[in-house]
Design a protein around this ligand. Structure first.
Ligand code: GDP
Ligand code: MG
Length: 162
C-alpha cells in the first residue's frame, strides 16, 4: 500500500487532514499544538484511491525555539517509507520560517511533495496561498481539512504519484 505522509509545522491542521482522509477520529485533534504524540497510521480512501495515511508529530512536544536545528532529522524520520509527502501549511497564517525550513529539507529528499495550503476556506487564505509558491513545490492545493474543501484537487495531485 502506498504511504502518504503528512508533514508540517505544529497547528497547521495535519491531524484534522488525517481524520478527514480516514473518516474516523483516529488521531487526536486539539486547539493546542503538541497534542499528537506519535506517528499514526490510518487506512485512507479518497474518491476511490486507497493508501495508508501517516500523521506525524515528531517535533510537536519540543520548545519551538530549538526546532530549526533538529528539523532536518525530524523530516528525514517522517519521510522513512513515504511514497508521497503531503506538505501542509496554514494559508491563514502565511509562510513562517519553520515552513521554509521544512521546505528546504523536503527539497533535499527524493520523495515527491504535494503542497497543501490548509485553512483556505473563504478568502482568508488567499495571501498565504500565493506566498506558498515561494516554497518551490509548484501549485499549492487550496484546501480546508475542517470543511472538506479541495479533496478533488488532492485526488488529482496524488493520482500520478501513488
Ligand atoms: P496539527 O498540529 O498540524 O495536527 O493541527 P490540528 O489538526 O491539531 O489542527 C490545529 C487547529 O487548526 C485546530 O484548532 C483545528 O480545528 C484547526 N484547523 C484544522 N484544519 C482547519 C481548516 O481547514 N480550517 C480552519 N479554519 N481551521 C482548521
Ligand atoms: Mg497533530
Amino acid at each position: 500500500m502506498p504511504h502518504v505522509v503528512i508533514i508540517g509545522r505544529p497547528n497547521v491542521g495535519k491531524s484534522t487532514l488525517f481524520n478527514r482522509l480516514v473518516g474516523k477520529k483516529l488521531a487526536l485533534v486539539d486547539d493546542q499544538p503538541g497534542v499528537t504524540r506519535d506517528r499514526r497510521f490510518g487506512d485512507a480512501e479518497l474518491l476511490g484511491l486507497a493508501f495508508t495515511i501517516v500523521d506525524t508529530a515528531g517535533w510537536e512536544d519540543d520548545d519551538p525555539s530549538s526546532l530549526p536545528g533538529r528539523m532536518r532529522a525530524q523530516t528525514e524520520a517522517a519521510l522513512e517509507g513515504a511514497t508521497v509527502a503531503l506538505f501542509v501549511i496554514d494559508a491563514r497564517a502565511g509562510l513562517t520560517p519553520l515552513d521554509e525550513e521544512i521546505g528546504r529539507h523536503l527539497h533535499e529528499s527524493s520523495v515527491p511533495v504535494v503542497l497543501l495550503a490548509n485553512k483556505a476556506e473563504g478568502r482568508a487564505g488567499d495571501s498565504g496561498l500565493f506566498e506558498s509558491y515561494a516554497l518551490g513545490f509548484g501549485d499549492p492545493i487550496a484546501f480546508s481539512a475542517e470543511h472538506g474543501e479541495g479533496l478533488a484537487d488532492l485526488f488529482q495531485a496524488l493520482l500520478p504519484l501513488i
